[in-house]
Design a protein around this ligand. Sequence first.
Ligand SMILES: NC(=O)c1ccc[n+]([C@@H]2O[C@H](COP(=O)([O-])OP(=O)(O)OC[C@H]3O[C@@H](n4cnc5c(N)ncnc54)[C@H](O)[C@@H]3O)[C@@H](O)[C@H]2O)c1
Length: 338
Amino acid sequence: MKILVTGGAGFIGSNFILYWIKNHSEDQIVNLDKLTYAGNLENLKSIEVNPNYKFVKGDITDSELVNKVMEGVDTVVHFAAESHVDRSISHPSDFVITNVVGTQVLLNAAIKNNVKRFHHISTDEVFGTLSLDDSNKFSERTNYNPRSPYSASKAASDHLVRAYFTTYGLPITITNASNNFGPYQFPEKFIPLAITNIIEGKKVPVYGDGLYVRDWLYTEDHVKAIEAVLRNGKVGETYCVGGVTEAISNVDVIKKILKIMGKNESSIEFVKDRPGHDRRYALDWSKIKNELSWEPQHSFDEWLEETVAWYKSNESWWKPLKSQVETDLNKLWGGDEE
Ligand SMILES: NC(=O)c1ccc[n+]([C@@H]2O[C@H](COP(=O)([O-])OP(=O)(O)OC[C@H]3O[C@@H](n4cnc5c(N)ncnc54)[C@H](O)[C@@H]3O)[C@@H](O)[C@H]2O)c1
C-alpha cells in the first residue's frame, strides 16, 4: 500500500510515520510537509534513508504539486494543519488557508487520483466547550460549535470531508481526537512547555484560574486508533478518540509533572487568560472501543512519566526550538494546549 501522509514532520504525523514504518514494513510512505515552524525533519532522522519512505517539501494548497504526489497513492492520512489555538487568535487567515483550502485541494486530488481511503485527522475542539458541572461528554452525535479560529477552521475541514463523501462518493473516514501529548510535541504546547520550563528552572505559565479541563490522549494511542480506523473503520464514518483522564484540570496536570520531576509548586505562575478559552473538553470514545476494539493502553500518569523522561533525555531535540517559542509566545498570549 502507498500512503500519502500530509504534515508528517509535525508532532502526531511524525509519530504516525515512525510507527507505520516499524509495523508495516511492506508499505510505502510519502510525507508531504511545508516545514512550517512546527515541522521538524529531526523527528524522522531514524528513517530518512529507509527505501520505503520519501519526503516531499511542499504546501497542501499547491494543487499541481498535490496532484503529482497523489499519483498511485492508495490512502491519504491528512494531518497537515496550523494547530495552535493562540496562533489562530493572532493569525486566523493562515488557519483558513491551510486547514480549509488545503483540505479542499487534497480532497479534489484524491478524487482525481481514485484514492481508496482519505483519512482526515481532526479534533474534539470542533464541538465547542462543556461547563465544569456538566456530566455530558462530546461524542460523534454532538453538534459542532467551534469557538476559536483554529477549531472553526478544523470544523470547516470536517464538513468538507463529509461533503466529498456524500456528493462525490470519496471513501473518507474522520477521527476527532482529544489533546495529545508525547514525544516530539513542539515545546509551545502546554505539557512540553511545562516540562522544558521546569528543566530550565523557569516558571510554568498556567492560564487564568488553571481550572480548564482537557481530555489527554497519548500520541501512540492516537496513532493506534488511526491504524484501527484505516484497517477496519467504516467508510463515511467518524470516530472520537480520547484518553483515560477524568476531569484533570490544567493546574493539576502541572502539579503531577512537578511531582514526577521532584519539584515543588512554587514554579506555577498564573497568567492572563486566553480570550474565549473553552472551559472543559471530555470525549466519549465508546464507538471506536465497541466497533474497532481500540482503547488507550496505559493510564495518564504512566504516559506522563514516559513523556517527562523523553523530554529529559532529548534536550538536543527541543533546546533549539525553545528560543523561537519564547519569542513567538511573548508576541501571543502565553502557551497552552493544542
Ligand atoms: N496536537 C493535538 O493535541 C491534536 C489533537 C487532535 C487533533 N489534532 C490534529 O492533528 C493534526 C496534527 O497535529 P499536530 O499537533 O501534529 O500539529 P503540528 O503543528 O505539530 O504539525 C503540523 C504539521 O503540518 C505541517 N504543515 C502546516 N501547514 C502546512 C501546509 N500548508 N502544507 C503542508 N504541510 C503543512 C507543518 O509543517 C507540521 O509539520 C492536525 O490536523 C491537528 O488539528 C491535533
